[in-house]
Design a protein around this ligand. Structure first.
Ligand code: SAH
Length: 344
């Protein structure tokens, strides 16, 4: 069976042309799927009966199936656990704000990077997600929640740039007018610092927001927290941010976890400010979420003092409000098995 959700619109048109089917049929099918949420070919009444029969026999509209849903009693965040065809499980999160819904989606089953502070890496890496499984998370959440999703962050499980081709196709589908029609400025991709991926994004999607998980003011501390720093060292990463700034003319969002007595001292703040001052960036400070008992949140006073140093250096800084912590749905808390009653 061929899964229609593996294709972007252009590919589906080409696929149909090869089979002697008029390309505008692809548009009609996209309309049924993405606008009307009809997933049964026999109900797509503007398609000829013969074609519907072929579709039913040879094609599916396959996306992740809901296994469990949790809703935060604190902030209304929804966390979904999905079943995939081969028995793997992944999670996505829907952040509900007054004026917008933001989906936080996964790109891999597990993660290979083993960052010390993140739960996803602890369960190991199984495989990359298919295009249908990436866009399928957004489609399934739209149907489940019953409202349009207009913002996407690729900040769920996995490293998006280690699944680049499927990431790319999924962004095309999310952006496509005939599918989700989400503006590229409302799509963010977060990377642990895979340099070739950052440079490809600058060429392929300069409008998409790029976030980089930096989390340290130098290579020594970064290597301790993020083993990927051995492959893509701190200074090279900073150089790549500068290149990205030049190619796209756009800022990068730098994410910096604040971990008590690891990377939160005021000397480290000064060091970070010195590096970031030379770049076009926004800084998100994120008090670490509970995953690993060795990594604690700094006090509020320490967080404010760190922020002040950054601001004095002219760096636009916000302290990110975390959502969904009570249901382990916040950054770094997603796992392949999490809704089995495990506690960190
Ligand atoms: N692999 C990508 C995207 C997934 S992680 C990346 O590393 O950016 C999304 C964000 O959550 C990253 O900034 C990541 O560093 C952060 N994160 C991981 N563990 C966390 C934790 N325990 N508390 C807060 N944020 C965490």
């Amino acid at each position: 069976m061929i899964n229609i959700l593996e294709f972007n619109l252009n590919e589906l048109k080409q696929h149909f042309i090869k089979r002697g089917v008029k390309p505008f049929r692809a548009e009609q099918i996209f309309d049924w799927i993405f606008k009307k949420h009809v997933f049964d070919f026999s109900k797509m009444l503007n398609l000829p009966k013969d074609f519907r029969d072929v579709l039913k026999m040879e094609y599916v509209i396959g996306f992740p199936e809901l296994s469990n849903k949790q809703i935060s009693s604190v902030d209304g965040t929804h966390k979904y656990l999905w079943n995939l065809d081969d028995g793997e499980k992944i999670e996505s999160v829907l952040l509900i704000h007054k004026d917008r819904n933001t989906a936080c989606i996964s790109t891999q089953v597990g993660c290979s990077l083993k960052c010390g502070f993140c739960a996803t890496g602890k369960s190991g890496f199984s495989r990359n997600l298919k295009v249908s499984e990436i866009v399928g998370q957004v489609l399934a959440m739209t149907v489940e929640y019953g409202e349009r999703i207009g913002n996407i962050v690729y900040m769920g499980m996995g490293e998006p740039f280690l699944n680049y081709d499927n990431l790319k196709k999924s962004i095309q589908i999310l952006h496509s007018k005939e599918a989700f029609d989400i503006s590229k400025r409302r799509i963010s991709v977060s990377t642990a610092g895979i340099i070739p991926g950052i440079l490809k994004m600058a060429e392929d999607f300069p409008e998409v927001v790029l976030s980089i998980s930096l989390h340290a003011p130098n290579n020594r501390i970064r290597e301790r927290l993020m083993p990927i720093s051995q492959t893509y060292p701190f200074q090279q990463l900073i150089h790549t941010v500068r290149q990205y700034n030049e190619i796209t003319g756009k800022r990068v969002t730098i994410e910096y976890l604040l971990i008590k007595e690891v990377n939160d001292s005021l000397e480290q703040a000064v060091l970070l400010a010195k590096t970031l001052k030379e770049l076009k960036v926004n800084l998100n400070l994120i008090p670490v979420n509970p995953v690993n008992p060795d990594f604690e949140r700094p006090s509020f006073k320490q967080i404010s003092a760190f922020k002040q140093i950054m601001e004095k250096s002219g760096i636009d800084t916000v302290i990110r409000q975390e959502k969904g912590t009570d249901i382990a749905g916040a950054c770094g808390q997603l796992k392949t098995q999490s809704i089995k009653g495990e506690v960190f």
